[in-house]
Structures are given as structure tokens and as C-alpha cells.
Design a protein around this ligand. Structure first.
Ligand code: C2G
Length: 131
């Protein structure tokens, strides 16, 4: 079984997120999503509209997602790659190159970057404000 891991905040889930999740799931047999906690986002100066439990609830109802686990710090990627024996780590290409260092610790790991979709949660929020 090939295990795929993705990470993100997934606030106000939209079709570009779904495309990314579907593409990631299609790389293997099981998709694990590391979901940023509200506390982790706060350390990055980010605040989501939906709190962690809501984002988790929504993601768990997506057919491409097998498991949702919390991302509480930058070190959690290595922790979970090891724990779940992850084969592929996938992200949108807004993160291109940023996680290539994981290959030093996990030489067997494949790192894939997908072209980023058109929609962004911040754009959605901005446009909703204009309605
Ligand atoms: N994404 C995408 N196209 C979009 C929006 C998002 O491909 N239009 C991808 C991002 O590249 C990311 C995932 O969907 O792989 C989740 O996006 P965000 O919630 O914006 O994730 P982010 O906060 O960038 O999370 O540890 C790193 C962070 O957890 C990354």
C-alpha cells in the first residue's frame, strides 16, 4: 500500500482544495491529511475562519481523505512520515522546494508539487465581503 501525505489549513474548503486532494489520493492507496491546528496557525500569524474541529469534520467527509491528523509544529511532518511509513508527500506548488529537505531524513520519500489551483480562501473571503 502506498501512503500519501498532504498538509494544510483547508479553511472554507473549495474546489481547488478538492482537486489537490483528489490528485494526491490518485498517487497512492491511502491519503492522510495533516491539518494545521489553530494554535500552529497562530504561530504563523494566520487565522482561519473555521476552527480546527470544523475543518476536520469537513475534510473527513471528503471521499479522497482516509485520515485527518493534527499538524501542531513544523517538526510533525517528519514525525508522521516516520510513524505512518509515508511513501509520497504532496503539496501545491506555492510550496515548491520548501520541503525537499525531508529527503535527507527519508531517502525513499517522493515529494510531489501540483500546480496551484485558481481559488484561494483569502480571495473567497474578500469576495464574500463585497456581496
Ligand atoms: N492548494 C492548491 N491550490 C489552491 C489552494 C491550495 O493547490 N488554490 C493546496 C496548497 O498548496 C496546500 C493545500 O492545498 O498543499 C492546502 O492549502 P492551504 O490550506 O492554503 O495550506 P497552507 O496553509 O499553505 O498549509 O505545513 C505547511 C502548511 O500546513 C501548509
Amino acid at each position: 500500500q502506498r501512503i500519501v501525505l498532504v498538509a494544510g489549513t483547508f479553511d472554507i474548503l473549495h474546489e481547488s482544495h478538492i482537486n489537490m486532494l483528489r490528485n494526491a489520493r490518485n498517487l497512492g492507496d491511502k491519503l492522510i491529511v495533516m491539518l494545521s491546528t489553530d494554535e500552529f496557525n497562530a504561530t504563523k500569524g494566520k487565522k482561519s475562519y473555521q476552527e480546527y474541529d470544523t475543518r476536520k469534520y469537513v475534510l473527513e467527509s471528503v471521499r479522497y481523505v482516509d485520515l485527518v491528523i493534527p499538524e501542531q509544529s513544523w517538526d510533525d511532518k517528519a514525525l508522521y512520515i516516520d510513524m505512518f511509513d509515508v511513501d509520497i508527500f504532496a503539496m501545491g506548488d506555492d510550496w515548491r522546494g520548501k520541503f525537499d529537505f525531508l529527503k535527507d531524513e527519508f531517502p525513499h520519500l517522493k515529494i510531489m508539487y501540483f500546480p496551484r489551483g485558481k481559488i484561494s480562501s483569502s480571495k473567497v473571503k474578500e469576495e464574500l465581503g463585497k456581496l
